[in-house]
Design a protein around this ligand. Structure first.
Ligand code: NAD
Ligand code: MN
Length: 508
């Protein structure tokens, strides 16, 4: 008789105690300290412990990294390789990420406080998926021949842009790095990554794995540092051809200004949202809708750009939905992020915790009714944790209904008619994502069509890198994922060729 043995659960605490950190930058294939010798503390929000010192890059470090990326681009050591060769390197890269998944998961959890369970379920698989998808696509995209007359042939080709600056946020550091560098690198560009100061560790490790996979030195560089110094230097750099950013709208707009003040580099932005989750009274399964509503805002402690932070629910079922959402929310109380049973972890930093608490206070001041939570918890750990928080009776003009809180705070906005639901859903400067629960797919789809957002999820949420991701309105510029993700990092060139022996060639 066959016996089944359960795999021994991993003791993440013990693993964490053995983990080695190296916070140096990676420039031109070398691990280096900042030119100034400065470092900053890499803090874990789990217990406010300093994990390691990280190189504090500034202008000169960004200059060195861009120079290295420029040289690597210009000499063709990467861009000059056939796409099939880049494909193999990227495929190997995705395999190495898989091989290092436990180390990467641990680094991510320690650095940003998200539950280790979620890193394994979502961040790592989605990171690998993105690299593997783009690797596979490398030699499957064809250029075009334009429909000119017979005496001229026009080839429409796509070429890499050159040096791409990648500025990252702290909520999904590893996964978002891969969403960006996957298409940028496969297309033949070279990159300089500036991770968020709250979460530098996985980007550095990722770049080491890329080198190990056979990516030539200089193709991928990482300069940790702060936004107003390192981030700004990258944004203003005259030799950076494209800049891809994920983070707040305020800083996203600065990157547009940096581009305007420097070399008109192409800027693509993913700037978060205030995404509506509409539930109609005739949705057949209110419990599933409520579960989705709770996970949609409390997953990753609400530090999710596409979080369904506004629950737009029909008045007749509001109390029933609220009660069920509260039930699911209670299952998402924060716990030790290193415990695989924890469904929510720590807020990334003290600063972000204070921001969120400020919003919670404002919600009460402006007259919303606190239906659940609202407090900081687990303070004995020294870390930063906020319980799932729900405000009922939120009016559309309240601050908590308009601004991105980026924490575990759900706002309930009741409505009566379908027209009102659509108006409320669209009453936001953002347009990243949206969720609709209706009685039929057709009904949900009809409503989804009228929502001004880059993503619409009908009757449940899903993520698939072969779709598109990005926002309408002030949620950003451009799209990630799939073939759309490539476009951000490619120039289009038409090569017109005439027959030199033809009697009258060309315009002149
Ligand atoms: P942020 O926009 O300030 O930081 C994002 C990145 O930009 C970081 O790498 C940072 O170092 C860099 N940066 C900051 N200031 C800069 C400057 N002056 N010039 C150049 N680069 C600069 O985001 P944050 O401070 O980490 O979070 C603030 C708010 O942003 C959050 O509360 C949330 O609302 C939003 N946010 C959104 C996302 C998202 O995925 N859309 C991610 C993180 C944060
Ligand atoms: Mn950190």
């Amino acid at each position: 008789m066959a016996t089944t043995t359960k795999p021994t659960p991993i003791d993440w605490r013990a693993r964490a105690a053995e983990l080695q950190f190296d916070g140096r930058a990676l420039i031109g294939g070398q691990r280096v300290a900042a030119a100034s010798g400065e470092t900053f503390d890499c803090v874990s929000p789990i217990d406010a412990r300093v994990l390691t010192k990280v190189a504090r890059g500034r202008g000169p470090d960004v200059d060195a990294a861009v120079a290295s990326a420029r040289q690597a681009f210009d000499d063709g050591r990467w861009s000059g390789k056939p796409p099939a060769v880049r494909k193999k390197v990227l495929q190997r890269f995705s395999e190495l990420i898989l091989g290092a998944k436990e180390e990467l998961a641990l680094l991510e959890t320690l650095d940003v406080g998200k539950p280790i369970r979620d890193v394994h379920l979502i961040d790592i698989p989605m990171a690998i998926e993105a690299i593997a998808w783009y690797a596979e696509a490398a030699d499957k995209l064809y250029d075009e021949v334009a429909p000119t007359g017979h005496d001229v042939v026009a080839m429409v080709t796509r070429e890499p842009m050159g040096v791409v600056g990648v500025v990252l946020p702290w909520n999904f550091p590893l996964m978002l790095a891969c969403w960006k560098i996957g298409p940028a690198l496969v297309a033949g560009n070279t990159v300089v990554i500036k991770p968020a100061e709250q979460s530098p560790l996985t980007a550095i490790r990722l770049a080491e794995l890329a080198l190990e996979a056979g990516m030539p030195p200089g193709v991928i560089n990482v300069v940790p540092g702060f936004g107003p110094t390192a981030g700004k230097a990258l944004g203003l750099h005259p030799d950076v051809d494209a800049l891809t950013f994920t983070g707040s709208g305020e800083i996203g707009k600065m990157f547009m200004a940096y581009a305007a003040q420097s070399n008109m580099k192409r800027v693509s932005l993913e700037c978060g949202g205030k995404s509506p989750n509409i539930i109609f009274a005739d949705a057949p399964d209110i419990d599933t809708a409520a579960r989705n509503a709770a996970f949609g805002i409390f997953y990753n402690q609400g530090e999710v750009c596409a979080a369904g932070s506004r629950l737009v629910v029909q008045e007749s079922i509001k109390d029933e939905v609220l009660e069920k959402v509260i039930g699911w929310a209670r299952k998402m109380q924060p716990g030790d992020p290193l415990d695989p049973k924890s469904r929510a972890g720590a807020i990334v930093s003290l600063e972000q915790t204070e921001r969120i608490c400020g919003y919670i206070a404002k919600g009460s001041q402006q007259g919303a009714r606190l239906a659940l939570g609202g407090k900081q918890v687990l303070t004995q750990t020294g870390g930063f944790y906020i319980e799932p928080t729900i405000f009922d009776g939120v009016a559309g003009d309240m601050t908590i209904a308009r601004e991105e809180i980026f924490g575990p705070v759900l706002c309930i906005l009741p409505y009566d008619t379908e027209e009102e639901a659509i108006r409320v859903a669209n009453d936001t400067p953002y347009g990243l994502s949206s969720y609709v629960f209706g009685d039929t797919h057709e009904h949900a789809n009809k409503v989804g069509r009228r929502i001004r957002a880059g993503n619409v999820h009908l009757n449940g949420a899903s993520l698939d890198v072969c779709g598109s991701f990005g926002g309408y309105k002030q949620s950003g510029l451009g799209r990630e994922w799939g073939a759309f993700g490539f476009e951000e990092f490619l120039e289009v060139k038409s090569v017109f060729g005439a027959d030199p022996n033809a009697k009258a060639g060309g315009l002149f």
